[in-house]
Design a protein around this ligand. Structure first.
Ligand code: GLU
Length: 503
């Protein structure tokens, strides 16, 4: 039997990483089993649902690389895939339930229900509809509805029954109907309630496995009772634990970033976030952690998903991101990193030559940072060279206070004044001549060269950094890249500024 899975977000905000993980688990199961994945938009809450949120969720899912086979954007044989476009269907099933005696009109005013609810909560009891309208005769109820009295349709939960199911993650689960109040099927405006719409949709979309957050587990018995009343075969259920913050409460705004969009904006790669989310509550075994999405899909099994909730650990995500940053194709990396270069003003609209330059210098930084946004920061020395500012830095002054450092600077400036732009070989030759002239070697030679040419006491290897500076200096003016000052000019400015400071 083909597995049919679905991800059913409510478009009422950004995609939370916990929901992204639910989507990912569904995706892994579908792809690992040659099954089908459905995207269904649960937008029956008209006040809170927006089209922007739907689009943002779709964009985030696509960014994560989780594509689906059926959905509002791609169509499919079981549509429409937005609940707001399926109202007729819910209405007809509600009528069917009424006719069979499983549904009834409820006229209880909202304020009364709220009061009862609050009273129950105050006593520490689970709120539950008290069944007032269960006994209103059907003819009487119809008369009141026809007279225009507002009413919801409720489902008549069987008395004193036990609802049991085998959760694929949590094992056997059972609920007594004593604790379940009659749920609303249709609100007074005709819109369906979640528990009703979800059953109609999962059944009519032929969903075989419902994999969702644990917060829905108490809805499942209500849904199973509806399956029974409607004569539908229920799917299998798997409730996965929630994603928690460091204090072990559900990850929320209080903890900082919670949405996929925020993590994207922090400079995480989709493959790192996917890999990280898959490991919250599931383990591929044998201490393995870094696995590409296709391998995750091959190994993922619901049986191996743990019961206990997982804590979201951004440090761990950053560690994974660092790994993936080392392996990303450099062309893709330059496109991904572009927004952060823009933000720092290092790039405007790059020409082809400008883009090639970025792709050329990025590997120098991407092997040693945690996030995309750290890449241009590490390459700041290319675009923001200023001798006076460099000479105000304590760590630079410390390098210059070493014996012989100033002689290295003077010799370097002198050699560069006569040298062509530096590639790696020419740089090595220049360094060799400075060594001959000053007798300085190793750190005594390269630390002063570094501070003079980059303005910083640390950074990427000089063999890479120096040629990158001079390639930048050769870029045409229309490259769309902030001007890069060449090594010759830097050494001259540094030596001159140092002279002034000296006097
Ligand atoms: N729209 C529900 C939610 O976002 C989906 C619940 C379900 O998967 O059944 O929580």
């Amino acid at each position: 039997m083909t597995m049919r899975l679905r991800f059913a977000p409510s478009p009422t905000g950004q995609l939370h990483v916990g929901n992204a993980r639910t989507a990912l688990f569904n995706w892994l199961l579908a792809r690992g089993s040659a099954g089908r994945l459905i995207l269904r938009i649960e937008d029956t809450d008209a006040e809170r649902s927006t089209r922007e949120s739907e689009l943002a969720i779709i964009e985030d899912l696509q960014w994560l690389g989780l594509e689906w086979d059926e959905g509002p954007d791609v169509g499919g044989a079981h549509g429409p895939y937005r609940q707001s476009e399926r109202l007729r269907l819910y209405e007809s099933y509600a009528n069917e339930l009424m006719t069979a005696g499983h549904g009834y009109y409820c006229f209880c005013p909202a304020e009364q229900l709220t009061r009862q609810r609050e009273a129950a909560l105050a006593e520490g009891k689970p709120p539950r509809y008290d069944g007032t309208c269960r006994t209103v005769a059907a003819v009487e109820a119809r008369r009141r509805v026809e007279a225009g009295e507002p009413a919801v349709v409720r489902f008549r939960v069987p008395d004193r029954a036990e609802v049991q199911f085998d959760d694929l993650v949590r094992g056997p689960v059972s609920f007594s109907t004593e604790v379940i109040g009659d749920p609303v099927l249709l609100r007074s405006d005709g819109r369906p309630a979640y528990n009703f719409a979800v059953v109609i949709d999962d059944a009519s979309m032929e969903v075989t496995h419902v994999v969702r957050g644990e917060d829905h587990i108490s809805n499942t018995p209500r849904q199973l009772l509806l399956y029974e009343a409607l004569g539908f075969t229920p799917p299998k259920f798997a409730h996965v634990s929630l994603v928690l913050g460091p204090d072990h409460t559900p990850l929320s705004k209080r903890h900082g970033a919670t949405s996929v969009a925020e993590f994207r904006a922090r400079g995480y790669l989709p493959e790192a976030l996917v890999n990280y989310l898959a490991l919250i509550g599931w383990s591929p075994g044998e201490g393995e952690e870094l696995l590409p999405i296709a391998e995750l899909a091959r190994r993922f099994r619901l049986e191996n998903v743990g019961h206990s909730a997982g804590v979201f650990d951004e440090e761990k995500l950053a560690w994974m991101n660092r790994h993936y940053l080392k392996h990303v194709d450099v062309g893709r990396l330059s496109v991904l990193a572009l927004p952060w270069f823009r933000e720092l003003g290092f790039v405007a609209s790059p020409s082809d030559a400008g883009l090639r330059y970025l792709a050329d210098v990025i590997p120098m930084a991407s092997g040693s940072v945690d996030r995309l946004r750290d890449i241009p920061v590490r390459l700041r020395f290319l675009f923001e060279y200023d001798a006076a500012r460099a000479l105000a830095r304590p760590e630079v002054l410390k390098v210059l206070s070493e014996n012989g450092a100033r002689a290295v600077i003077a010799a370097l400036a002198d050699e560069l004044a006569r040298s062509a732009r530096l590639d790696r070989e020419r740089f090595r030759a220049v360094a060799a001549r400075v060594r001959q002239r000053t007798g300085q070697r190793a750190r005594g030679l390269f630390h002063p060269i570094r501070v003079a040419l980059t303005g910083e006491a640390g950074g990427p290897e000089l063999d890479l950094a120096v040629p990158a500076i001079d390639r930048g200096a050769e870029l045409p003016p229309d490259s769309g890249i902030a001007p890069v000052r060449g090594c010759r000019e830097r050494a001259a400015a540094f030596a001159a500024t140092l002279e002034k400071v000296n006097r």
